[in-house]
Design a protein around this ligand. Structure first.
Ligand code: GTR
Length: 329
């Protein structure tokens, strides 16, 4: 008689222990890319911290769709964790625009200190009312222009070129302001479009330009470094709300723990990608006068920073720049 409750308890607790959760996770990059390796690190961390109860099933290479589409699925709860660039979030969460603004950061270090500080936290918190919980920022370095036509040394060289951009109005206007024809397109379609001549060029950081083999087709790369829109790791709020407070804390901790690992991989990958690109014979314009580019795109600040809150966020970033003697608070 007295055994029964004890047995019942035992079976309930072993059931709970056996119940494992694998978060459905997506990334457009291939398995060896720094973001995907960092997701694996996060999954291992989760697994270890919970004795195997929580982990992540990672679908890399855009198997669950390209960023704009997979973000919508994440908001509706069909994907649990999504690693995307901030830019496809621009139309959903206005605060994310600020991080992609042209030339807003002085350097990668400046960008990292901003996303690591209170400004970064405020922007992650702004995702929540839109159905996404911001877990951490990953790195994306600086984005620069590349094309199949000619070396770009000034905005005039971009004149009339068809340049692929991410699904973000900010990038559309930025490229238009430089005199080129912006073409929003999914990341996975760019290689073929360069080969077919549907577009003349695109813009991205060294690792993405290399991993996608765009450098084999588009042989002119100019270090304009016009945007440092970072990557972000988001979780579906629907999924998040079903977790216990303790598990939410573990998920946040695992995401944060993966950031230094990601940055280490990122820095190494930037150097390796660069070497590979140079060895292939790409004409890299290393030093370019950024002033005419900066001046040409200044108008996008007025187009997109339409509220006092957005302008204040941008100003906080500018004031935190090492050149302005700031600290990212
Ligand atoms: C990469 C970024 C991807 C995606 C891609 C693109 O640098 O890591 O998340 O945004 O650029 O241009 O679509």
């Amino acid at each position: 008689m007295r055994l029964l409750p004890a047995l019942l308890l035992l079976s309930i607790s072993s059931l709970a222990a056996a119940e494992t959760t694998e978060f459905r996770t997506t990334d457009v990059h291939p398995p060896d890319y720094p973001t995907v390796r960092a997701l694996k690190y996060m999954s291992d961390y989760l697994e270890e911290a919970t004795g195997g109860r929580l982990s992540m099933k990672i679908y890399s290479g855009g198997q669950l769709g390209e960023e704009k589409d997979s973000l919508e699925i994440t908001i509706f709860g069909g994907i649990d964790i999504n690693r995307v660039n901030m830019s496809p979030l621009n139309s959903i969460v206005p605060e994310t625009l600020v991080l992609g603004m042209p030339f807003i950061f002085d350097s990668v270090d400046h960008m990292r200190s901003v996303v690591d500080g209170p400004i970064g936290d405020d922007i992650l918190a702004a995702l929540e009312p839109h159905g996404l919980v911001g877990l951490a920022y990953y790195d994306s370095g600086a984005r620069s222009f590349y094309n199949v036509v000619r070396p770009v040394r000034s905005p005039a060289d971009l004149d009339g070129m068809k340049i692929r951009v991410m699904n973000s109005e900010l990038f559309v206007e930025m490229v238009a302001a430089l005199g080129a024809n912006p073409t929003p397109m999914r990341f996975g379609e760019v290689y073929e479009s360069l080969v077919l001549g549907t577009i003349d060029g695109s813009e991205n950081n060294w690792p993405s330009y290399e991993s996608t083999r765009h450098f084999e087709v588009a042989g002119f790369y100019t270090r304009t470094e016009h945007s440092m829109a970072p990557e972000v790791l988001v979780m579906s709020k629907r999924r998040w709300d079903k977790l216990s407070a303790a598990d939410q804390a573990i998920v946040r901790e695992a995401a944060r723990a993966s950031v230094p690992y990601m940055r280490e991989l990122w820095d190494a990958r930037v150097s390796r990608s660069r070497e590979k690109i140079l060895a292939h014979g790409v004409e890299v314009i290393e030093t370019v006068d950024k002033t005419p580019f900066r001046e040409a795109v200044a108008s996008v600040y007025d187009i997109f920073l339409t509220t006092p809150e957005l302008r204040a966020l941008a100003q906080r970033i500018r004031e935190s720049s090492p050149a302005a003697g700031g600290d990212s608070s």
